[in-house]
Design a protein. Structure first.
Length: 438
C-alpha cells in the first residue's frame, strides 16, 4: 500500500498547486534579505557612512537567528480581522508582508546621509517582519501538506528565494545606478505584492481550533515538552543529527571563496561558475531531493543526503591539490551544489516531520535555528585550520563529518520510519475526517 502511494505521489506532487504557491512565497521570503544587508551596505557606503557603522548595522541579522523567540506568538494568537477573513496562518503572512513593504518604503524615503536613524529603524522593521514571514510560511508549508511532499515544497521555495536574490541584489543595484536608490527600494516594496497575492489565494490551513489553543506561557513551553513527550530519549540523537547535518557545508563554505582566490581564479570565473551556474545546479539538486522523497521515502533520502553533502567536500580538497583548473572548478561546484541542494530538501522534510500540528511554526523555528547555529560558530575557526594545516586538510576533515552523520541516521532510523508511517496514516484519514465534518 505504501509503495503504491509513493508511485502515485510523484504525479500528484508535480500537479500540486500548493507546491506551485511556494515559488512566489519563496520569492517574498528572500526579497528583503539582501535589501537590509549587502544592497543596503552599498547605499550606506556611497552616502559616506563609515565602515564601522555599516558593520554594526549587520546586527539586524539577529532577527533571523532569534525568530524562534516570538514564533510562539504566531502559533498562539490570531491577527485581528485578518484571521477572521483569511485564517490564522494567512492572516499572519499578509501582516508580515505588508509590514515588510512598509519598512522598505521607509528605507526608500530616508536619506542615510542626513537621517541614518530612520534608515536603521526601517531596516530593523524589515528584518523583524521578514523573519516573522519566514516563520509563518514554514508553519503554513508544514500544515498544508504531508511529509513526503515537503522536499518538493522546499525546492520550489528555494527557486523563488534564489530568483528574489537576483532581483534584490543585481536588480536593485542596476536601478540605483540608472535611476536612484529611492526608486530601487520603492520597486522592491512593490515586488512584495508577489508574495501577498500568493498568500491571498493560498488554501486556508488552520489545524488547531481556537478553543484548544494554549495560554502564552503554554505556547512557549508546550512545543518543547511536546517534542520530549513524543520522542523521549531518541530526541537527543535527533537533535544532534539536525545540528550537525549541514555542518560540512557551513564550515567548508566559509573557506570556499578564499580557496578560489588563493588558487588564482579570476573574480569573473568565480562569479560565472559559483554565483550563476552553481545556483541553478543547487536548485536542481533541491528538486532531485524532493523527487527522491516521493520515490524512496524520508529515511533513505536523509541518509543519501548526509553522505553526498559531506563527501562532496573531497572535491575541494582535490581542487586545492590540483591548482587553478577551470574544468575541476566547474566539476567541484557542480557536485557540491547539487549535493547541498539534495541534502537541504532532505533536512527540511525531516525537520517538518518532527513538528506537531498547532506547534509547527514554533518547533520548526527552533529546529531551523539549531541546524544553522553550530556551523556559524565552528565556521569561524576554519581560517585558522587552513593557516595551520592547509586547505586539503580542512576539506577532508569536513568530509569526515559524514561518518558520525551516517551513524546518527541509523540510530534514528526506527523513529523516522515510524513518523513517516504515522504521517501516511494521517494523510489517508484526512479526507475521511473532512467528509465526516461536512
Amino acid at each position: 500500500m505504501t509503495e503504491t502511494r509513493r508511485r502515485l505521489s510523484l504525479r500528484d506532487v508535480l500537479t500540486d498547486g500548493r507546491i506551485a504557491l511556494m515559488l512566489p512565497l519563496g520569492f517574498s521570503s528572500g526579497l528583503p534579505f539582501l535589501l537590509v544587508f549587502s544592497t543596503l551596505s552599498a547605499w550606506l557606503r556611497e552616502a559616506g557612512i563609515s565602515r564601522t557603522e555599516i558593520g554594526m548595522l549587520s546586527w539586524v541579522a539577529l532577527a533571523y537567528s532569534l525568530k524562534f523567540l516570538w514564533a510562539p506568538i504566531v502559533d498562539r494568537y490570531d491577527v485581528p480581522i485578518l484571521a477572521q477573513l483569511l485564517g490564522r496562518r494567512r492572516g499572519w503572512m499578509v501582516l508580515a508582508q505588508l509590514t515588510t513593504a512598509i519598512g522598505l518604503v521607509g528605507i526608500a524615503m530616508s536619506d542615510p546621509a542626513t537621517s541614518l536613524g530612520l534608515t536603521i529603524a526601517s531596516a530593523l522593521l524589515v528584518a523583524f517582519a521578514s523573519a516573522t514571514q519566514d516563520v509563518v510560511i514554514d508553519g503554513w508549508r508544514i500544515d498544508a501538506t504531508s511529509t513526503d511532499r515537503q522536499g518538493m515544497m522546499a525546492a520550489s521555495l528555494q527557486l523563488g528565494y534564489r530568483l528574489s536574490l537576483i532581483c534584490a541584489g543585481a536588480g536593485a543595484l542596476y536601478m540605483a545606478e540608472f535611476v536612484n536608490w529611492r526608486s530601487a527600494y520603492l520597486a522592491m516594496a512593490g515586488l512584495m505584492s508577489v508574495g501577498l497575492i500568493a498568500a491571498l489565494i493560498a488554501p486556508r490551513v488552520d489545524l488547531v481550533p481556537a478553543a484548544k489553543r494554549l495560554s502564552f506561557g503554554g505556547a512557549i513551553v508546550e512545543p518543547l515538552t511536546d517534542l520530549f513527550r513524543r520522542k523521549g530519549m531518541i530526541l537527543v540523537p535527533i537533535l544532534l543529527l539536525v545540528a550537525c547535518f549541514r555542518l560540512p557545508d557551513f564550515v567548508a563554505g566559509v573557506m570556499a571563496n578564499p580557496l578560489y582566490i588563493d588558487l588564482g581564479f579570476s573574480k569573473a570565473d568565480i562569479a560565472n561558475v559559483s554565483k550563476l551556474y552553481g545556483v541553478w545546479i543547487g536548485i536542481a539538486g533541491a528538486f532531485a531531493g524532493g523527487i527522491a522523497l516521493t520515490r524512496i521515502g524520508l529515511w533513505w533520502t536523509l541518509l543519501i543526503g548526509a553522505v553526498v553533502a559531506a563527501s562532496s567536500n573531497l572535491m575541494f580538497a582535490w581542487l586545492a591539490n590540483e591548482g587553478a583548473r577551470l574544468d575541476l572548478l566547474v566539476l567541484s561546484i557542480s557536485i557540491d551544489n547539487f549535493a547541498s541542494g539534495f541534502a537541504g530538501s532532505a533536512l527540511v522534510a525531516y525537520m517538518s516531520g518532527l513538528t506537531a500540528p498547532g506547534f509547527a511554526a514554533t518547533q520548526y523555528a527552533l529546529l531551523s535555528s539549531l541546524y544553522a547555529l553550530p556551523g556559524k560558530l565552528i565556521g569561524g575557526s576554519s581560517g585558522a585550520v587552513v593557516d595551520a594545516y592547509g586547505y586539503p586538510v580542512l576539506f577532508t576533515a569536513t568530509a569526515a563529518i559524514g561518518i558520525p552523520l551516517v551513524v546518527l541516521c541509523f540510530i534514528v532510523r526506527r523513529d523516522t520510519m515510524k513518523t513517516e508511517h504515522e504521517r501516511d496514516a494521517a494523510d489517508a484519514a484526512a479526507p475521511v475526517e473532512a467528509a465526516t465534518r461536512a
